[in-house]
Write a protein that binds this ligand. Structure first.
Ligand code: FE2
Length: 432
């Protein structure tokens, strides 16, 4: 096994944990090497265009069909699709961070859905969840058939064990698990609380945005995405629990052995980790600032060009140099719906109130912008070059309205005084 990272978004990789485990020159020989079973995992329809076609061949000790029957598993805080959201007035909404847990809880039990839209049966829409965990998942594994899962750690490092190998991510990193891939998420140090966000994407798989006039480099560069090397459980068989999100519900089945039994694989449907500190942030070097789409890391397109099912956008450290410019975000009402989180530091439009681990929601055409304090500071600031440093906010943006869940509205974290931050803004008009 090579120690060189497997790098490159969308690349076709080959990885084997035992030499000779990968067949050569064909995918499904009459007898796969070393007594392994060959299994195909397709992430796109067979006939999807080649540029977006994604699949991986797995060579494993047991085929994944070998489980017991699935039975429903209750999870009252995990919600799916617009039908499980709540209609709300067109107000801006914001939430305080949730407390880190003290009692043992694992990643699956620690998922709390905050906003939802779309319908996974129609392969449209997305959800934003919060996760907390203190305990490892032990002999428990998860697969999400409703969508891919983008993990955004906010506190503590997590280990993401997948059928294709292992990744680690901490605050500042993001990690993606493709639809249907079996995985588990554990604190790197068992017993240490971890917290973060998950963007669940029911639609077309996230891809890098087109760069247009930016050219062939910039934003998230393909080579900075790292996939794991093949790794598998070598121990003797022991009972496992498989949890599957399927049609908006959780199901569980017993298994007699670890699902992490893939000895070798090759393909381009892979989990990955990306360090957002490698994002090549572009912006204005004259006046005004571009639309925040300039900060897009990943996009999930819809059927209408340019109207994303879901964009994942970051607001990373960057220099502000624009002349004669109000440098924070302007006041705005957008047709797209925006859900924001803060990983660390301060967000320049809301230096107070929007706290790391918190969340905000500005749905379609809901007016918002800098709070009164940020407006006053930015209007009077000396416009010398200034570095916004040690900060990372992100935005999940969708063409469909995001509905909060009942937990979001009644779970105790809703900031009921959010709109007060704009109350001091006065009519400053002076004619003539
Ligand atoms: Fe906005």
């Amino acid at each position: 096994m090579s120690e060189t990272p497997l790098t490159g978004f969308g690349n076709h990789f080959s990885s084997e944990a035992v030499p000779g485990a990968l067949p050569v020159g064909r995918n499904s020989p009459q007898r796969a090497p070393l007594g392994l079973y060959a299994e195909l995992l397709s992430g796109t329809a067979f006939t999807a265009p080649r540029a977006v076609n994604a699949r991986t061949w797995l060579y494993r000790r047991e085929p994944s069909v070998r489980t017991g029957a699935y039975a429903p598993l209750s999870h009252v805080l995990l919600k799916t699709g617009a039908k499980e959201g709540v209609d709300v007035p067109p107000d801006p909404l914001r939430w305080h961070p949730q407390d880190l847990p003290v009692a043992p809880i694992d990643f699956v039990d620690g998922l709390r859905t905050m906003v939802v839209n779309g319908d996974p049966d129609a392969q449209t829409g997305c959800a934003v969840h919060l996760y907390v965990a203190t305990a490892t998942m032990g002999a428990r594994a998860f697969a999400n058939v409703d969508g891919e899962m983008l993990l955004i750690p906010q506190e503590g490092r997590i280990r993401v064990t997948t059928e294709l190998g292992m990744l680690e991510a901490g605050p500042g990193d993001i990690a993606l698990v493709p639809r249907g891939l079996v995985f588990k998420v554990c604190p790197v140090i068992d017993g240490t609380p971890v917290r973060g966000y998950v963007c669940e994407n029911y639609g077309a798989a996230f891809r890098l945005p087109e760069l247009g006039p930016i050219g062939s480099n910039g934003l998230a560069n393909a080579r900075d995405f790292e996939a794991p090397h093949a790794a598998f459980d070598r121990g003797p068989a022991q009972p496992w629990e498989l949890v599957r999100k399927f049609g908006g519900k959780l199901w569980r089945a017993p298994a007699q052995a670890s699902p992490f039994n893939v000895v070798a694989w090759h393909g381009n449907l892979v989990p990955w980790v990306y360090d957002t500190r490698r994002f090549n942030t572009l912006g204005s070097i004259s006046f005004d600032h571009p639309d925040p789409s300039i900060f897009t890391v990943l996009t999930s397109p819809s059927d209408t060009p340019g109207w994303a099912n879901c964009d994942f956008v970051i607001f990373p450290p960057r220099w502000l140099v624009a002349e004669d410019t109000f440098r924070p975000p302007w006041y705005h009402r957008n047709v797209m719906s925006e859900c924001m989180g803060l990983v660390y530091g301060q967000y320049d439009a809301k230096e107070e109130g929007f706290r790391p681990g918190g969340l905000s929601l500005h749905n379609s055409m809901v007016p918002h912008g800098p709070d009164a304090d940020a407006f006053d500071k930015a209007s009077g600031a000396d416009l010398a070059p200034r570095k916004l440093d040690a900060t990372l906010a992100f935005m999940v943006e969708s063409r469909w309205r995001l509905r909060p869940t009942e937990f979001a509205l009644k779970g105790g974290a809703l900031d009921r005084s959010y709109a007060d931050c704009w109350a001091p803004l006065q009519d400053r008009f002076q004619e003539g």
